[in-house]
Write a protein that binds this ligand. Structure first.
Ligand code: S3P
Length: 437
């Protein structure tokens, strides 16, 4: 799919409630599936990634229906999963594959997990190795990528695992497997990654051990979950409002979990005007309304490496905005960006170079010299967040910008272009909008 953006003709104004949080939506479905009794989920993200998790859970026996905007889910209980009669297709979603692999490793049946070409190139040894230490039997392709063939083992042993990377997918995979293992399973990591799993397990009645651990045999009971708007989707609009002169945009119900809010700290450090109104809780998650007002040209900064896990998915849009900020923006400590839905350092660097930006790539980051950009055609390379980042930059390009490889926007934000258009941005689908909207 190719998107066409134009310089925004007016400022961005008004209010917007971005779609539900993707990470929380995956977890709400998986935990509701494993729970005994009924759960309700309000505000679930309806996007391709989350639908992949929903259909996998259905293949494992979960049933769900919608009633007046609320999803009612009948869980099967931890021991009630049925063997799927076909491979579980996780589409583009690393979260779906890695979290479900933790559950499936402990089941008394065989299963396999497959994905699209992007997911089929992503590293799975980061979960296969620690799960194997627990006794799991998992085969991957030769280079440690999907498909995963899991010969379930109901006799897993708990472990205490020191993860070499800050990854919520690894952590959550092991905690879910740990629910079935003998003894305790605990996970530590070099920097704290998003903690939605640790926040949600107690809502389903599971007692955590020492902050990030579970006891084998813990049972989940049906719960009521209210999903906040995704700060990662909201980030595109925060940046748009910070870039387009005279903008004043209010983003409602945005999840402000402190393991996810690095984008707000970085935008403020660059000079953006952001105020949070009505901080409140949706269950265990912090939420607020985020107002962003244009405050002049932003300044480049050194992005603190310790903030990287809290803004990992927002780095593509931060790199895009750095291209038009004043001075240099330096990013380091972000090697993980190279193994996301695409190599995001390479995809963003290639696109920005096409627009005349001078930059230097490093294995774990990039230095970007802010300045004037040209227009032209850039490639989102099938990566939803890179495509949306270029589309936001297009709002301040000198003339039309084409963004190819944008079809996977529907994995996280199916209504992105409609929402941008409604807020006052200038965007339309030039070609191949089949999967979109
Ligand atoms: C996610 C964790 C992060 C993030 C991804 C969602 C999650 O990945 O990039 O988009 O929901 O657990 P890693 O665990 O690989 O850092």
């Amino acid at each position: 799919m190719i998107l066409l953006t134009e310089p925004a003709a007016s400022s961005l104004q008004g209010e917007l409630t971005p779609p539900g949080d993707k990470s929380i939506s995956h977890r709400a479905l998986i935990m509701s599936c494993l729970a005994e009794g009924q759960s309700t989920v309000e505000g679930l993200l309806v996007s391709e990634d989350v639908l992949a998790t929903a259909s996998a859970c259905r293949q494992l026996g979960m049933t769900m229906r919608k009633e007046g905007g609320v999803l009612l889910i009948d869980g099967v209980g931890g021991a009630g999963l049925s063997a799927p009669d076909a491979p579980l297709d996780m589409g583009n979603s690393g979260t779906a594959m890695r979290l479900l692999a933790g559950v499936l490793a402990a089941q008394p049946f065989r299963s396999s997990l497959i994905g699209d070409p992007s997911l089929s190139g992503r590293p799975m040894n980061r979960i296969v190795h620690p799960l194997s230490l627990m006794g799991a039997r998992i085969e991957t392709a030769e280079d440690g990528t999907p498909p995963l063939t899991i010969d379930g083992n109901p006799g897993l042993q708990g472990i205490s695992y020191q993860s070499p990377i800050a990854s919520a997918q690894v952590k959550s995979c092991l905690l879910l497997a740990g629910l079935y293992a003998q003894g305790e399973t605990t996970v530590s990591e070099p920097l704290k990654s998003r903690d939605h799993t640790e926040k949600m397990l107690p809502v389903f009645g599971v007692r955590l051990r020492g902050g990030c651990g579970v006891s084998g045999g813990s049972k989940l009971k049906g719960a009521d979950i209210h999903v906040p708007a995704d700060i990662s989707s909201s980030a595109f609009f925060m940046v748009a409002a910070a870039l387009v002169p005279d903008s004043d945009l209010l983003l409602r119900n945005v999840g402000l979990n402190e393991t996810r809010d690095g984008i707000i700290h970085v935008l403020e450090a660059m000079g953006a005007d952001i105020t949070i109104h009505d901080r409140r809780r949706f269950g265990e998650e912090d939420v607020g309304d985020v107002r962003v007002r244009y405050a002049g040209r932003l300044r480049g900064i050194d992005i603190p490496a310790e903030l990287v896990p809290s803004l990992i998915d927002e780095l593509p849009v931060i790199l895009a905005l750095s291209a038009v900020a004043e001075g240099t923006t330096r990013l380091r400590g972000a090697a993980e960006l190279r193994v996301k839905e695409s190599d995001r350092i390479a995809v963003m660097s290639n696109g920005l170079r096409t627009l005349g930006v001078s930059l230097t790539e490093y294995p774990d980051g990039v230095d970007i010299e802010g300045g004037a950009i040209t227009s032209g055609r850039v490639d989102g390379a099938g990566d939803h967040r890179c495509a949306m980042s270029f589309a936001i930059l297009g709002q301040v390009a000198p003339s039309e910008l084409q963004v190819s490889g944008a079809e996977n926007i529907s994995t996280s934000y199916p209504a992105f272009s409609e929402d941008l258009d409604r807020a006052g941005g200038a965007i339309r689908i030039l070609e191949g909008g089949r999967k979109y909207g």
